[in-house]
Design a protein around this ligand. Structure first.
Ligand code: ATP
Ligand code: MG
Length: 731
């Protein structure tokens, strides 16, 4: 027994010492991510770090409790952040992650209140410890994250037994989550509609009771009453608007993040063909949300009151009720008839809007080329054509929609006149009072206004439906990650690459770019890939990166099919330098470290050194903080290429894929870069695509590709000799 306190104290110290300053300087530690990784192990769903956080908007490169929930979902775990005193955490939810003060976290395995001890796992060391509950309580922030294995039906069973419609729809399920707010909105609308009865009744009583008897006191009582009602009415209307906005904002944030995550997480091969058209489709989201939250709610909530108001007209005005009853189908009917032509106009407007945006984006991105080849006139014509088409159809659409508004407005006004005419006859026959007539006119307005609104909604419904369908398409794109098909966990690779009878056709094309390609590269082997333009060299790189799936055959890394490796794990272990390096706005340094935010400065300098970046940033006053401009336009072609190479060389990875790495460099830079590169990739796998003979010093083996087929594969010298003798049909 006497041992326990001292053990607990030392253990507690172990936990408390986990502050950043005590860490070894180059170790980056994300306590929540470490906890999640440990939990995935405990729950038997081990995952790699990269696969859990790939694509998540990390804050300071670390998980936040909210992001923890999203990352856990990747591992097939359901997580929930709760505020709970330590001793109230139920045993069944253990192991749970405890958020400690000063941004630390531990996993709580068990808690023995009688002994005053708790067993935890430290996030940093991953080791189990027993600590005193009191000490843990002191460090505990009051928040914990519960996790449990989410129940996933087997994919096939799910597909056969769950109908498409009954699966949770991304849009509706988020809307459903705000149902409490919408319930309050409905309640507020109920009262607002009831209050609307006050005004006609007030006027009717003033005409029928107050005026004939000059009952001033009654007038004041009625007036005060009706004013109070108006006050509440105003308040409720404000509240209702506020609620709708709150619900809208909430779903806006959730849905926008969801949509963007789907876009980022979709298979590269599924990417939109036209960026401009896609952005305009993406923007429609606002309209969809608006339609389903604000306008529709207001209109449909008012609908049931139409019946109440009709009954009320019948009560005060008797046969007058026939007038709004007759006007009603006229307004709705016109809206219905107009639906079809308006729908056609909407579709045309959408298509030409997307076209217009596509032209705008493409010509702005390629403005330099447009100007240098003198294509302004052509672009201008394409632009004017799409603008002309767009304005023609959007004008048609607006005119048609406007006509719906005009018809309902006119019908409403005519109905008013008819009520008055019929009313006057009824008054003459003493079947109606003057007050009742005025009240009926006012009430008829209340009946026809929401009907007119519904007629307009009928029209915008199609517009929204088109937009929602477009968004559905975005959401339903094949994703790289499917929680129901977990990937093989693979913490490291040796760098063996194998193509087994790979054939490949680009999506939407007919012609095969690769035809039954097979080769095997051993770990550490340096291979050159040569061939004429368009022979499929870059395509091989893209297939290794799993940006595309092979149409036939398989690609194995260390004997595992790339389809079974988490794409972010795979790409993290490959240093890839594409043929066209794309930079993002920012500095040279941010561009090098994109994708590896918590890399050490030492690595950056190293990579910059190898790739020749150091030479050109050293000569600039801002050094590594030199801005590169949008898409790297402020750098020269060769400099961009250097930065691209530095990116590839940043991390110590087992495989390097270089696509024409020095095509934009002068001979001096090239030979310098080549010799440095050679040193850096000494014991790594290298697959180098090149047209330059000078670069072949880096490789020992050559694969020659022609028209998607391998025509030669062997030791460099033998292949070159054969090529020179013209033994191979390559050139
Ligand atoms: P180069 O030496 O010019 O870089 P390459 O050998 O790298 O040529 P790839 O880029 O692999 O050639 O292209 C091979 C073939 O695939 C070409 O005929 C090209 O037209 C086609 N291709 C490349 N990318 C796509 C794409 N995204 N969609 C459709 N076809 C494509
Ligand atoms: Mg290429």
């Amino acid at each position: 027994m006497p041992e326990t306190p001292s053990k607990a104290t030392s253990a507690e110290q172990g936990t408390v010492n986990e502050n950043p300053s005590a860490e070894a300087p180059k170790e980056f530690h994300d306590p929540l991510l470490s906890c999640l990784l440990l939990i995935t192990k405990l729950e038997n769903t081990p995952c790699s770090e990269t696969s859990l956080v790939a694509g998540l908007p990390l804050v300071d490169e670390k998980l936040t409790p909210e992001l923890f929930v999203r990352a856990a979902d990747r591992a097939g775990l359901q997580a929930k952040v709760v505020e709970k005193p330590l001793l109230d955490i139920p045993k069944v939810v253990l192991p749970a992650t405890l958020l400690l003060k000063r941004n630390r976290a531990v996993i709580l395995l068990s808690c023995d209140v009688e002994q005053g001890k708790a067993t935890i796992i430290e996030s940093k060391t991953g080791s189990e410890k027993t600590v005193a509950i009191d000490a843990l309580k002191q460090a505990y922030s009051g928040y914990a994250i519960y996790t449990r294995a989410a129940y996933h039906l087997d994919q096939e069973i799910a597909d056969t037994h769950i109908k498409e419609e009954s699966k949770d729809h991304w849009f509706w399920s988020v809307m459903k989550s705000s149902w409490r707010i919408y319930r309050d909105v409905l309640l507020a609308s109920l009262f607002i509609n009831l209050f609307a009865i006050a005004n006609p009744l007030f006027v009717m009583n003033v005409y029928d009771r107050v005026v004939p008897n000059n009952a001033v006191e009654t007038l004041w009582v009625l007036a005060i009453g009706v004013l109070i009602v108006f006050l509440f009415d105003a308040m409720l209307k404000g509240l209702r608007g506020y609620f709708i906005e709150v619900a809208g904002k909430k779903s806006d944030i959730v849905l926008s993040s969801f949509l963007f995550e789907r876009v980022m997480g979709s298979q590269y091969s599924e990417r939109p063909q036209s960026v401009g058209a896609f952005t305009s489709q993406f923007r429609e989201f606002d309209q969809v949300r608006n339609f389903y939250t604000t306008s529709t709610i207001a209109a449909f909530v008012d609908m049931p009151f139409v019946i109440i108001f009709l009954l009320l007209i019948f009560y005060v005005g008797g046969p007058l009720v026939w007038v709004p009853l007759a006007a009603l189908p006229l307004i709705l009917g016109y809206g219905f008839i107009m639906r079809k032509p308006i729908k056609a106009a909407i579709e045309q407007t959408y298509a030409s809007g997307a076209q217009k945006n596509a032209t705008l984006v493409e010509s702005l991105v390629g403005l330099e080329t447009v100007k240098s080849i003198g294509a302004e006139g052509l672009i201008q014509r394409i632009w004017e054509q799409s603008v002309g088409h767009l304005s023609l159809w959007s004008q048609k659409m607006r005119m048609l929609s406007l006509s719906v508004g005009i018809v309902s407005g006119t019908v409403t006004q005519v109905a008013n006149i008819v009520i008055i005419i019929v009313g006057v006859y009824l008054i003459a026959e003493r079947e109606l009072t003057m007050g009742a007539l005025i009240a009926s006119v006012m009430l008829a307005g209340r009946v026809l206004a929401p009907i007119a609104q519904v007629a307009t909604l009928l029209v915008t419904y199609d517009q929204t439906k088109t937009a929602l369908d477009g968004l559905d398409q975005i959401v339903s794109k094949d994703q790289e990650r499917n929680p129901r098909k977990p990937f093989v966990k693979r913490p490291s690779f040796n760098g063996a690459i194998k193509f087994k009878n790979v054939s490949f056709v680009y999506p939407g094309e007919e012609h095969a770019v690769l035809n039954n390609v097979s080769f095997e590269i051993k770990p550490g082997e340096k291979v050159g890939l040569i061939g004429r333009i368009g022979s499929g060299k870059s395509t091989i790189h893209k297939l290794i990166l799993n940006l595309y799936k092979p149409t036939d055959g398989s690609i194995l890394i260390d004997g595992i099919d790339t389809q079974q490796i988490d794409p972010s794990d795979l790409r993290r272990h490959i240093g890839y330098m594409p043929q066209d390096v794309v930079l993002f706005s920012g500095t040279v340094k941010t561009n090098i470290m994109y994708g590896s935010p918590h890399v050490e400065d030492e690595n950056i300098i190293n990579a910059a050194d190898v790739s020749g970046v150091k030479e050109f940033v050293d000569g600039h006053p801002l050094g590594f903080d030199r801005p590169v401009g949008e898409r790297g336009q402020a750098l020269s072609g060769g400099q961009r290429q250097s930065v691209g190479m530095a990116r590839a060389m940043l991390n110590d990875v087992p495989m390097y894929l270089f696509d024409e790495p020095t095509s934009g460099m002068d001979n001096t830079t090239e030979s310098m870069v080549t010799s440095r590169l050679q040193e850096s990739v000494k014991d790594k796998t290298l697959l180098l695509v090149t047209h330059k003979a000078s670069l072949l010093t880096m490789v020992e083996r050559l694969i020659v590709l022609d028209n998607g087929k391998i025509v030669a594969d062997g030791p460099k010298d033998a292949v070159i000799e054969a090529l020179q003798k013209g033994q191979l049909r390559v050139a």
